[in-house]
Design a protein around this ligand. Structure first.
Ligand code: ATP
Ligand code: MG
Length: 438
């Protein structure tokens, strides 16, 4: 073993930054095979995965045999020359002629390269997070957050936070998680920042947050987690149309950024980047009434006044290749704070953004009631106790202004952009009805 050259990231090599150069890499041996005096090692370093080839003729016998015996997930330092080669999985390989430090792992790595059951992989999630497909998704997720924050910064929004411990009165609903909070009862985990955001717009103006939300979803589905990351926006002097434009631009910016900056990762997870580059503002809008008609024509069970479930969103969104808005949900299926449409009070100034290809809702939002008397009336109509909403009503007494906002489920958008058939792999350690370990 001779001294190693400087270590470089595999991603830099795959991007073509070191063609023909002598470099060293270090990482985990994710897969290997050998045939007729050549070993092919797939090495993963956190930035990418690359094929490394070792020719028996370039090594002394002991080194070559020791490498051949290494169990999967051993850590290796390898030095060699970068070759452009069509046959290599990512178009480039490292032709190795020097092996540096090695940390041998135990021989019984549980995730071997054949198909395992979903439950087995979830039991071993702490190891399975190393899988190259998951690695690509998590890198896309990080880029997603970065792109969202860039968009907000460029458009003058301030990031702020709301509490995770709340009292039931703030949110209501059947999916609250109750927590033990000193000796107090009726304390829950937040499902949305919204009511607090409405207070904060009078302090900061246009705001957003990226934070976990918690919902005790009673059934297992492909698109619900009990802990998900919620990107929420709230802004003063903005109506329904204005907040939908924010959704159009934000989602388009995120999709374009992933396609331009991480095409390799997108292809690896099964999404053609060109499809995301086709996103274009504004997204089409249909009314709730039109959506009901489309579904009824298709023979899907749906009555005017019903909320969409998976049985409706799946068939509805298969009609579309690009996202679209459904506007004007009935007052009866929306929480009390949604502003009724002045021209037609049986529907609200609300809108959900639907992802195409059967994915369904990714954003829910709308215009909020800013008038004190109207809000109080809706609270009474929904049989809620105004005392529980005293601080929220106060916001309509001092400096009230028309305002709107929305919540976007980060895992939902990733699931669609990565073309996955289940939400679980969009987050490192998914939490659902049955799983909080590991
Ligand atoms: P759904 O009807 O699909 O369960 P919702 O209408 O209850 O969603 P909202 O309260 O509108 O959801 O929340 C805003 C966004 O948060 C949704 O559009 C979705 O993207 C995301 N979201 C809501 N619940 C979950 C969940 N359990 N897991 C992952 N994402 C979620
Ligand atoms: Mg919704």
């Amino acid at each position: 073993m001779t001294a190693m050259s400087r270590f470089v990231d595999i991603a830099e090599i795959l991007d073509g930054g070191h063609d023909g150069e002598r470099v060293a890499i270090r990482g985990w041996m994710y897969n290997k095979r050998s045939s007729g005096g050549i070993q092919f090692l797939m090495v993963r370093d956190g930035t990418g995965v690359m094929q490394c080839t070792l020719n028996r003729s370039s090594f002394d016998e002991e080194t070559y045999n020791n490498v051949e015996k290494l169990p999967l997930e051993s850590v290796v330092e390898l030095e060699g020359v970068v070759k452009v080669d069509e046959r290599a999985p990512n178009g480039r390989e490292l032709s190795v002629n020097n092996v540096g430090g090695v940390i041998e792992s135990q021989p019984d790595y549980p995730i071997i390269r054949k198909r395992h059951g979903v439950e087995f992989l979830l039991d071993n999630r702490h190891l399975y997070v190393r899988d190259p497909k998951l690695q690509s998704i998590f890198r896309l997720r990080a880029k997603f957050m970065e792109a969202a924050r860039d968009w907000f910064r460029e458009h003058g929004y301030t990031e702020t936070q709301s509490p995770m411990f709340i009292t039931a009165a703030c949110e209501g609903g059947s999916t609250l998680f109750e927590v033990k909070y000193f000796d107090r009862e009726g304390v829950y985990l937040s499902q949305s920042w919204q009511l607090y955001a409405e207070a904060m717009i009078c302090s900061l103006g246009k705001i957003y947050t990226i934070a976990p939300s918690f919902r005790a979803e009673p059934s297992r589905t492909r698109r619900h987690l009990s802990e998900f990351w919620h990107l929420e926006v709230e802004e003063p002097w903005t109506d329904l149309d204005g907040i939908m434009k924010v959704g159009d631009e934000l989602v388009t910016h995120i999709g374009h950024t992933l396609a331009r900056e991480m095409p390799r990762e997108l292809r690896m997870v099964g999404r053609d980047p060109e499809e995301l580059l086709r996103l274009e503002t504004p997204f089409p809008r249909i009314t709730y009434d039109e959506a009901v008609e489309i579904l009824q024509k298709d023979g899907v069970e749906m009555l005017w006044g019903d909320d969409f479930g998976w049985q409706q969103e799946g068939p509805l969104t298969r009609h579309f290749d690009l996202p679209f808005w459904v506007v004007g949900f009935p007052t009866g299926i929306k929480p009390f704070y949604h502003k009724p449409d002045p021209r037609r009070p049986e529907v609200t100034l609300s809108a959900d953004l639907m992802a195409p290809e059967g994915y369904g809702e990714i954003i829910g939002g709308g215009q909020r009631i800013h008038d004190y008397d109207q809000l109080l009336e809706r609270i009474h109509e929904d049989n809620l106790d105004p005392k529980d909403y005293s601080w929220y009503l106060d916001l309509r007494r001092w400096g009230t202004v028309p305002h709107s906002g929305f919540g976007l489920g980060i895992e939902r958008v990733l699931m669609w952009m990565c073309k996955l058939d289940h939400i679980r792999d969009t987050i490192p350690f998914p939490r659902d009805l049955r799983r909080v370990f590991p």
